[in-house]
Ligand binder design. Structure first.
Ligand code: NAD
Length: 270
């Protein structure tokens, strides 16, 4: 995949949870499209530094910033570091997320709070900080026709219930309403807020679902396109949502799922 190096020229982007998987691919794609990128990591500093050095070796600009997105003081410090290095923010990709799966009756309060804390509260905290800066700075027409863009990483599980993953599905359902409510509130300020809802994408978060032929065959029954998604499928969507090419798109969830939300069980008559 080749990206246009001028598409996001002069824009400053922050991608949370960017040391692996979808976040890493988005960080690399935004950089290839000309943005300066802050690569947020939680514990994988080495991986984040490697992504930064790869981006720099291709002529891009990047920094790694450690922060737990569920902790307010760490989020505030991350944005401070971003502003010290890049001066401002134009694009926030709220990507960090995790799963702590169990049968509903065995789900501990700790695991409930952890997943809601990272997947939902973490997105709230980062979106709030980015929005403050967008409102303060306003539109810079030579940079973008928007005052700022927020992309929330949701999931098909914002609409598909998921037994054994009640905390995760709840967090993604919450992102749906949070994203639309922020978009409604901030649209008059030329701030765009959208979500991407991936289907099954090959990353560390769901390795058990695709890393054996048996597991992959089972997973493919849920995917009309008959292939498991690649991180670049999501990165391409993120670049589009971050760019002025999607200037009139606001408050939308873009499902990138190979048709997973098409009720595949009904394909043969149900
Ligand atoms: P991943 O495990 O590779 O990425 C998740 C990233 O979040 C990791 O880099 C991890 O270090 C980071 N992270 C976790 N807790 C954090 C915290 N407290 N603070 C900061 N960062 C933290 O998995 P992924 O599949 O790339 O997941 C990325 C996003 O995509 C998640 O929000 C996930 O829910 C969503 N998603 C993934 C799929 C899929 O099939 N892979 C499908 C739908 C949605």
């Amino acid at each position: 995949m080749s990206y246009s190096p001028n598409l996001l020229k002069g824009q400053k982007a922050l991608v949370t949870g960017a040391s692996s998987g979808i976040g890493e691919a988005i960080a690399r794609a935004l950089a290839a499209s000309g943005a300066s990128v802050a690569v947020n990591y939680h514990s994988e500093q080495e991986a984040a530094e490697k992504i930064v050095s790869d981006i720099k070796s291709l002529g891009g600009e990047a920094i790694a910033i450690g922060a737990n997105v569920a902790k307010e003081e760490e989020v505030l410090s991350m944005f401070d570091q971003m502003y010290q290095h890049f001066g401002t923010i134009d694009i926030l990709v709220n990507n960090a997320g995790l799963q702590k799966d169990s049968a509903f009756v065995d789900m501990t309060l700790d695991h409930w709070n952890l997943v809601i804390g990272v997947n939902l509260t973490g997105q709230f905290l980062c979106a709030r900080e980015a929005a403050k800066e967008f409102l303060k700075r306003g539109v810079k027409p030579d940079i973008s026709s928007a005052a700022g863009k927020i992309i929330c990483m949701s999931s098909v599980h914002e609409v598909i219930p998921w037994a054994g993953h009640v905390n995760y599905a709840t967090s993604k359902g919450g992102i749906h309403m949070m994203m639309e409510s922020i978009a409604q509130e901030l649209a008059p300020h030329r701030i765009r807020v959208n979500s991407i809802a991936p289907g099954a994408i090959k990353t560390p978060i769901n390795k058990a679902a695709w890393d054996t032929p048996e597991a992959e065959a089972k997973l493919l029954k849920l995917i009309p396109a008959k292939r498991v998604g690649d991180v670049t499928d999501i990165a391409k969507a993120a670049v589009w949502l971050a760019s002025d090419d999607s200037d009139y798109v606001n408050g939308e969830t873009l499902f990138v799922d190979g048709g997973m939300t098409l009720y595949p069980g009904f394909a043969t008559g149900g």
